[in-house]
Ligand binder design. Structure first.
Ligand code: BEZ
Length: 223
């Protein structure tokens, strides 16, 4: 593997970089302090799956903003390619109920691959010149909290990305965890007890808002 390709891990500080984007220069993660960020890469401009992903993300930008979450895209393409592709999307592409869609979130120009390599977005067994579909969800303190990698042939599920942001925000705020397939409004998991006494007490004495399937699996009712 190229020695310059790094792979940040969950819990690591997001690697810092400065870059040119379609919305001006950014200093990352400094400029995003206090916000959640979805930093994502796509293989190339003017490609079909990427176009559907961009249209879907652009249509959800305000929804993400309402969750204190900003989108930042990246591909190993020039600014000219980004601008031309985003104009084409706005002026010509109608898909899945979306038309005249403006991509207002920044898209990083990364011809040098500096940023892509910092985030392990270039995976040489796939391509040495295109990024894979990576998603890094970075929290308001600049810590990497979730990583997804998809191959070029598979478009990502933006509803799942939003669900993951909501789940992490709730977990941070309420010290709970969320079960498989959790959706907002559904019951959440309270953390396992740290001692035998606490386990017994919890199973026997929990209030009406908590129900246990066993000592290690207790849920808090949300409705
Ligand atoms: C696409 O976005 O459609 C795509 C990009 C790179 C390789 C294959 C498909």
């Amino acid at each position: 593997m190229d020695d310059n390709i790094k792979l940040p891990l969950i819990g690591d500080p997001a690697p810092a970089f400065k870059a040119k984007t379609t919305q001006g220069d950014i200093n990352f993660p400094e400029d995003y302090k206090g916000k959640w960020v979805i930093l994502f890469s796509h293989p190339a401009d003017f490609t079909p799956v990427c176009t559907t992903e961009f249209m879907t993300f652009a249509s959800m930008q305000e929804e993400f903003r309402s969750l204190n979450t900003e989108l930042v895209g990246l591909s190993i393409d020039s600014m000219y390619a980004h601008i031309a592709w985003l104009r084409t999307i706005k002026e010509k592409i109608e898909w899945n109920g979306h038309k005249d869609l403006e991509v207002n979130f920044p898209v990083i120009e990364d011809i040098s691959m500096n940023v892509a390599k910092l985030f392990g977005m270039v995976q040489p067994n796939v391509s040495t010149t295109q990024a894979v579909r990576a998603v890094f969800i970075i929290d308001p303190a600049g810590i990497v909290r979730l990583i997804m990698y998809y191959p070029a042939s598979t478009g990502r599920n933006m509803q799942e990305i939003k669900r993951a942001v909501l789940a992490m925000q709730k977990a941070d705020k309420e010290s709970i965890a969320t079960p498989a397939n959790w959706q907002p409004g559904e019951d959440v998991i309270v953390p396992p007890p740290g001692s035998c006494g606490a386990a017994k007490e919890r199973v026997e004495q929990h209030g009406d808002d908590v129900y246990c399937l066993d000592w290690f699996l207790c849920f808090r009712r949300e409705k």
